[in-house]
Design a binder for this molecule. Sequence first.
Ligand SMILES: [Ca+2]
Ligand SMILES: [Ca+2]
Length: 287
Amino acid sequence: MSFQPEELLKYLPVEIQYQEIKASEEAYRQLRLSQARGRICCFGLSLAMAIAILHPDINQWFEAKLQLTRIASISFSTTINKSKEADKIAAALVNYARSQNWEVRTGERRYNVFYVQGMFPSGVKNNNTPNKFNDSRFLVEVNPTPKLVGAWEASIEPGNHYTEKPMNASGAAQIEVPGQYKAWRIGKHKGREIALIQVAPVNIIRDFNRNSKVDKGDKKEYSIIGANQHSGSDQKFVDNTSAGCPVGRTIEGHQEFMSYLQKDVDFQANDNFIFSTTFISAKELKF
Ligand SMILES: [Ca+2]
Ligand SMILES: [Ca+2]
């Protein structure tokens, strides 16, 4: 014979019955309260996700955060899917350069330097808002198929500081995209940071009308302006870290980039080796 809890209750003294009923009511009240809190939390999360998806700036912020983990995975991941994703980017970069009849170096430890304007290192494209690190810097080895050796956040346009207060009256400079230029040698930027130093002229566009856009109001030149490839000193925004230099955002990422180039077989054979760098707009890149 078995009893249900409520049947047992009636055999207990009245005081105990009263305490049991009160405890039961309190437990039920706590349960309802936690259910209500759960519904409020779910609603809040849904609302935050809807705002994040619909608002372009917040959406881009989330994408940037997500891609930070993916950047590292491109360089170091051993998982098949991620390396496949990286190799697709590498193949697209090489295909584009070859379609323009530009140089693509082949063989072990011959690294090809690429920048893509308006694309995060993960391959996610963006609207290239001024003053943000929304471009990417890549190193590709082709031996015999293209392999992505490294991928880092970058900016190839000057920050707001130099757009508003250019060092040259014709406006802040940026290297013309698309283009490939054989113009950089390994050296010290401002005498202190190992970098790629501009040693030959490249196509430059000056933002004469100071609107952070390349347009008909701007000026073109072919010159050496000290457009060195250095680091963005870990800054969150481009601001004063670039007056037209192609910069990799983080110091650590930049050092990693340079350590590969210092191991390049052509640099090892000749300290004065001049590296080419290829600049592509994300809109032109197919993968
Ligand atoms: Ca950019
Ligand atoms: Ca302009």
